[in-house]
Design a protein around this ligand. Structure first.
Ligand code: PLP
Length: 383
C-alpha cells in the first residue's frame, strides 16, 4: 500500500486539532499591541481554569524543561535543602537541575515501577526541618506512574517556609490537578502535551507562598526571572518576544478545553487509558505501572518475553504509519509507550491497538487476533 496515513500516538508531542492549527496559520501580529494583550488576557483566564487556580500563570518561550529550571532558579538559594522524590526520567531531570544549581538534595529515589511513598516524604520533612522545597513529578511520562500529589501537598501546606513544586507537564488536562485546593505552590506544564499544541511554550503557576520564596532566592537568573514575567503578565504581556503563534493557538486550545469542561476532559482521559490497558492485557501483555499508581496520559507496556519493544515500535511506524514510542534509559527496547494525552478519542485507541496487533503478528507473537479491540470496545460501551 503506498499511502500510509500518519497517526501520532505519543505522550508528547501530541496531535494538534485542525481548529488550533488554523488559528496558528493567521499572519503574525506584533506583541506590543492591544490585539495581543487581549489574547493574553483570555489565555490567562483559560489557564487558570485548566490549572484550577486563582494564581497567576507565567508563560515562557521554552520547552517544559525551561519551566523546570525556572522553578529551581527562582525559588531557592545555593545550599538550600530540597526533597526530590523521583521514579523516572523526569524526576531524574529535576535532580540534575537541582544539582547543577548547588541545592542540597535529599534524594528519594524509587524504582521506575514504584509509586512515591507519602510516608517517606513525611519522614524526611520531620527529620529535616530546614527543607525549603518538595519536588515531585505528578505524571511520570517515562513510566506512566501517577504519584499521590494531593497527599504529599497536605504534608507541606502548613509549613510556612517549605513549598511544593509539581511537574504536571503530562498531568494537566489528563488527570486531576487541583492547584489551589491541594495547596500546590508551583505547577508546570508544556504546550506539546495536554494543551494539544506544538512544542515551544511552557506555563507555570506560582502561589503566594512561592512568591515569598522567590523574594528570598539569590540564584542568578535573567531569561527565566519570574519577577519580570509577573510584572508583565499583569499588563497582559511578556518581557521578551513571546511565542506569538503558540499563544494564539493556546487561546484556541483553551476554548476547546473549556467547552469540554475540566471534569469531562479528565473522565475522557481515564476512559481512554482504561480501554488501552484492557486492550493490551487481552493480548497477554503486562502493564508497566503498578495498579496503585496508573496515570491517564500514557500507557507503558512490557514487550512480550523474547521480543524487542523497538521492533514493535518500528513496524507500527514503518508499516502502518502509527507512531508510539519506546521506553527510555534502562527500559529502552523493554517497554513501549502508547500516548493518549490531549486530542485523543476512542478510535485513536482502536487504531493503535489494531496496529499493535498487526505488528505483533508480523513478529510471530502468539495471541488471539482481535482480542484487544474487543476488550477496548467493551470499555467504551461500558460493558
Ligand atoms: C515532556 C515532559 C517534560 C519536559 O520535557 P521537554 O522536552 O523539555 O518539553 C518534563 N516532565 C515531564 C513529566 C514531561 O512529560
Amino acid at each position: 500500500m503506498s499511502l500510509n496515513k500518519s497517526y501520532l500516538m505519543t505522550p508528547g508531542p501530541t496531535p494538534v486539532p485542525a481548529d488550533i492549527l488554523l488559528s496558528m496559520a493567521r499572519p503574525i501580529i506584533h506583541h506590543r499591541t492591544a490585539e495581543f494583550e487581549d489574547t493574553v488576557r483570555e489565555v490567562r483566564a483559560g489557564l487558570q481554569y485548566v490549572f484550577n487556580t486563582e494564581n497567576d500563570i507565567l508563560l515562557f518561550a521554552s520547552s517544559g524543561t525551561g519551566a523546570m529550571e525556572s522553578s529551581i532558579v527562582n525559588c531557592f538559594c545555593v545550599g538550600d535543602q530540597v526533597i526530590i522524590a523521583r521514579n523516572g526520567k523526569f524526576g531524574d531531570r529535576e535532580k540534575q537541575i537541582a544539582d547543577t544549581y548547588g541545592l542540597k538534595v535529599i534524594d528519594l529515589q524509587y524504582a521506575w515501577d514504584e509509586v512515591v511513598q507519602v510516608s517517606d516524604i513525611a519522614r524526611e520533612l520531620e527529620a529535616n526541618p530546614e527543607v525549603r522545597g518538595v519536588i515531585v513529578t505528578q505524571s511520570e511520562t517515562s513510566t506512566g506512574v501517577l504519584n499521590p500529589v494531593k497527599e504529599i501537598a497536605a504534608l507541606v501546606k502548613d509549613r510556612p517556609d517549605t513549598i511544593i513544586i509539581i511537574d504536571s507537564i503530562t498531568g494537566i488536562g489528563a488527570v486531576e490537578c487541583e492547584t489551589d485546593d491541594w495547596g500546590l505552590d508551583v505547577v508546570m506544564t508544556g504546550s506539546q502535551k495536554g494543551l494539544m499544541l506544538p512544542p515551544g511554550l511552557a506555563a507555570v503557576s506560582v502561589s503566594e507562598k512561592a512568591w515569598r520564596a522567590v523574594e528570598r532566592s539569590t540564584i542568578p537568573k535573567f531569561y527565566f526571572d519570574w519577577k519580570k514575567y509577573q510584572s508583565n503578565i499583569e499588563k497582559n504581556t511578556t518581557p521578551f518576544t513571546p511565542a506569538l503563534t503558540l499563544i494564539q493557538g493556546l487561546n484556541e486550545a483553551l476554548k476547546m478545553m473549556r467547552a469540554e469542561g475540566r471534569e469531562d476532559m479528565i473522565a475522557r482521559h481515564s476512559l481512554l487509558a482504561e480501554a488501552t490497558r484492557q486492550g493490551v492485557e487481552a493480548l497477554g501483555l503486562k502493564l508497566f505501572a503498578p495498579p496503585e499508581g496508573r496515570g491517564s496520559a500514557v500507557t507503558p507496556v512490557w514487550a512480550p518475553e523474547g521480543f524487542s519493544a523497538g521492533d514493535i515500535v518500528k513496524i507500527m511506524k514503518e508499516d502502518y504509519g502509527v507512531t508510539i514510542t519506546n521506553g527510555q534509559d534502562d527500559y529502552k527496547n523493554r517497554i513501549f509507550r502508547i500516548g493518549h494525552l490531549g486530542y485523543f478519542g476512542m478510535f485513536d485507541i482502536i487504531t493503535t491497538l489494531t496496529a499493535l496487533e498487526m505488528a505483533l503478528t508480523k513478529l510471530g507473537y502468539d495471541f488471539e487476533q482481535g482480542a484487544s479491540i474487543k476488550a477496548a470496545e467493551s470499555v467504551f460501551l461500558g460493558a
